[in-house]
Design a binder for this molecule. Structure first.
Ligand SMILES: O=C(O)CCC(=O)C(=O)O
Ligand SMILES: [Fe+2]
Length: 532
């Protein structure tokens, strides 16, 4: 039941690639990939509906699909999708707003089920690259799971069969690797990183009205014309190859709920994606050699998909082969996809390690061309200008970060903290630290810096509060904690002198008592143990 992987024979292989010459190794890796595929299918089938239509579900799907109008969008991006490049066209199908795939009522019910699952608890989080979004895997929430399984049978699988008939002639061939609900808000995560999905066919369903949020939508790499982002209203659904690069576009205000689902075909092995999974698994088990071989095999099978190069370079970097990693990335950017933001960023990070600052700038600007909200790239640019002592340019990037709708709390905290440090002694300094603390109250740097700013203004009581807090945030016995304790000690002495409290001290014991009151017993003890 397997199909020959789509090896594109005309594409050239990079000169440094050797895995293709070892046929035994390659065939072993292919077998492992096939094995992985079958395991993934088993797991998918155990988690979500799969199987034929019933008489009833057939009636339901005919009813919902006969009137369906779908808008089509062509994708013209560099490179190729990981698997089935020749079998799957890079095209998106979006159910028209006039004929949504799900009714308003259905969508509102799902959102209510999801909300009631969490009650007044915060939602769980699903990570997406440098971002982090409130959401859950549908199989983990029974009420949503049950409804979703029914919809797979009645609407989603039939729609996929209708739009990709050559690829999936029959819905029994489909299963869902995974599916999730996301709740984007400015507070709980505004966007996802640019990525390809874990399945060869994907769908995205919009679960609430588009006037309930600003921004949002799905950004796709290489959309034609003026449309860069597909915006859907409640009940609309997009189906597409999972390998087209995309991201959840940042929302600026409000709440956006979506369902995303990744489908697999039982009969068609996604060799490249499976090899990438295999490589990551080997790496996490500490087998760097096997991990590199798996990634190289993925490149040999489809040298035009940039994601494999990125994986290979990552493992090379982590195992200390930075020069080799650089060659891989340089090759990919030159020969495979000159506009790959992911590759450009990784290459820029590599140059940064090498202190090759001009090249870092070129790469990070390129990464920002493909994703103008790539906060990691902005941070790297700020770092370069900091080293080059170009304070204006450095500050410019921090300002850009704090204006970027997708920026994470951590990135916002760091940017505000750095802006504070850069405005040392100026009016706005304290404001910046306070903002930084709002985003990440648990971080040491802005708290400690705020203490310093108050101490400099001789506002000792305020300063002492923040140093005490900072000492508690730092890890016990860390350098940060020592720094906070020593500054706290000095500022506490200044405070006792300035407030005239020193004059009323009559004994050593009295002094200790006063001092302990000011800095707190726990810090007194920490300091005492430092001095020992
Ligand atoms: O937020 C979106 O529209 C896209 C989310 C996503 O990555 C997906 O559905 O696969
Ligand atoms: Fe996705």
């Amino acid at each position: 039941d397997t199909v020959r992987p789509s090896v594109s024979l005309s594409s050239k292989l990079p000169g440094w690639l050797t895995v293709q010459n070892d046929r035994e190794l390659l065939s072993d890796l292919m077998n492992q990939a096939r094995q992985r595929h079958h395991e993934a299918i088993q797991k998918a089938r155990a988690s979500y509906f799969h199987g034929p239509a019933t008489e009833l579900s057939k009636k339901e799907s005919e009813k919902s699909l006969e009137s369906q109008i779908l808008d089509e969008y062509e994708v013209h991006a560099n490179g190729k999708i990981p698997d089935f490049d020749t079998e799957l066209e890079r095209r998106l199908f979006v159910t028209n707003e006039e004929t949504p795939l799900f009714s308003e009522q259905e969508c509102q019910d799902v959102v209510a089920k999801a909300e009631s699952h969490f009650g007044d608890q915060p939602w769980s989080r699903l990570p997406s690259g440098q971002y982090d979004v409130a959401g859950f895997w549908i199989r983990d929430v029974p009420s949503v799971h049950e409804w979703f399984n029914k919809m797979l049978q009645e609407r989603l699988f039939p729609l996929l069969v209708k739009k990709f008939p050559h690829f999936v002639p029959d819905m029994t061939d489909l299963c869902v690797d995974n599916a999730y609900v996301f709740k984007y808000t400015p507070e709980t995560g505004r966007r996802t990183d640019v990525h390809t999905d874990s399945g060869c066919l994907s769908f995205t369903i919009s679960l609430n009205k588009n006037d309930e949020y600003q921004g949002g939508g799905t950004w796709f790499e290489g959309l034609e014309g003026d449309t860069e982002v597909i915006e859907m209203n409640i009940g609309q659904c997009t189906v597409r190859p999972g390998g087209v690069k995309h991201c959840g576009h940042a929302i600026k205000e409000g709440t956006r709920y979506i369902i995303g689902g990744f489908c697999m075909s039982n009969s068609k092995v996604e060799y490249v994606r499976m090899l990438l999974g295999l490589g990551s698994e080997y790496f996490s088990k500490g087998d760097v050699e096997k991990s590199k071989q798996a990634f190289e095999a993925a490149i040999a099978l489809n040298p035009d998909f940039d994601g494999s190069y990125s994986n290979l370079a990552d493992v090379l970097t982590k195992s200390g082969e930075r020069k080799k990693a650089r060659e891989v990335l340089e090759y990919c950017l030159k020969e495979v996809n000159p506009q790959s933001g992911e590759i450009a960023y990784s290459l820029g990070a590599n140059y940064l390690e090498n202190k090759d600052y001009e090249k870092v700038k070129t790469c990070m600007l390129l990464a920002l061309e493909s994703d103008d909200s790539d906060v990691d790239a902005m941070e790297a640019l700020a770092e370069v200008y900091a080293v080059q002592k170009d304070a204006d340019a450095e500050a410019k990037w921090y300002h850009r970060i704090v204006e970027t709708p997708g920026a994470s709390d951590t990135a916002l905290c760091k940017a505000y903290c750095n802006l504070g440090v850069m405005s040392e002694g100026m009016e706005e300094e304290i404001e910046y630290y306070i903002k930084a603390i709002e985003y990440r109250p648990d971080r040491f740097a802005p708290r400690y810096s705020l203490g310093c700013a108050y101490a400099t203004k001789k506002e000792y009581e305020q300063a002492i509060q923040h140093f005490r807090h900072a000492a508690g945030l730092a890890e016990d016995n860390s350098e940060e904690q020592q720094q906070a304790l020593q500054t706290l000690y000095r500022v506490a002495s200044l405070h006792l002198q300035a407030s005239g409290a020193m004059a009323s001290i009559t004994s050593q014991a009295d002094a200790v008592q006063k001092f302990m009151e000011v800095i707190g017993k726990e810090n007194y003890e920490r300091l005492a143990s430092l001095k020992r």
